[in-house]
Write a protein that binds this ligand. Structure first.
Ligand SMILES: [Zn+2]
Length: 162
């Protein structure tokens, strides 16, 4: 018996319990389990693990369990959605700062040139140069404030135990 057959059996054992498998696949798996002790063991262990997981969920009153699950799912979804965004935000920020440092001499001479050609006071284009530098920080502050506002929109029942 080759390795691929065991691998297929292993996959079918998992799929059968999660999403279901076709009649042909079920027949193939049954035939394989009859002649393969390791895969039969795996199927039994999988069933046991699933039974334990279900048994562990029983002590909750059904309403509480589903409400808890709902909140856990919601929270997980919230974290999933927020985390990559936060990471992308810092990455964008880091890149723009690095770009800012690298381009600073050019930007400085650009502002200097602008100042000389428009006759603007030195203080004005120096200030403009400073503002150019604070743009990424202002961007971050704006995004964080937006997130704070969105958190405030949550219904009261979700905030009650925070
Ligand atoms: Zn096998």
């Amino acid at each position: 018996m080759n390795h691929a057959r065991h691998a297929r059996a292993e996959q079918l054992i998992a799929e059968e319990r999660v999403e279901g498998i076709s009649q042909a696949e079920r027949e193939w798996l049954a035939a394989h389990l009859q002649e393969c002790a390791p895969c039969t063991d795996l199927a039994r262990q999988t069933d046991q693990a699933l039974r334990l997981m279900r048994a562990a969920a029983i002590p909750f009153p059904s309403g509480l369990a589903s409400r808890t699950q709902f909140r856990v799912r919601l929270r997980a979804q919230e974290l999933r959605e927020r985390k990559p965004k936060r990471r992308a935000l810092w990455l964008t920020c880091a890149v723009s700062w690095i770009f800012g440092v690298a381009s600073a001499p050019y930007v400085w001479s650009l502002f200097e040139w602008f100042g000389q050609h428009t006759g603007a006071p030195k203080l004005v284009w120096e200030l403009a140069f400073g503002l150019w530098w604070t743009l990424p920080a202002l961007f971050v502050v704006a995004v964080l404030l937006m997130e704070r506002v969105r958190q405030g929109d949550e219904p009261a029942w979700m905030r009650q135990d925070r």
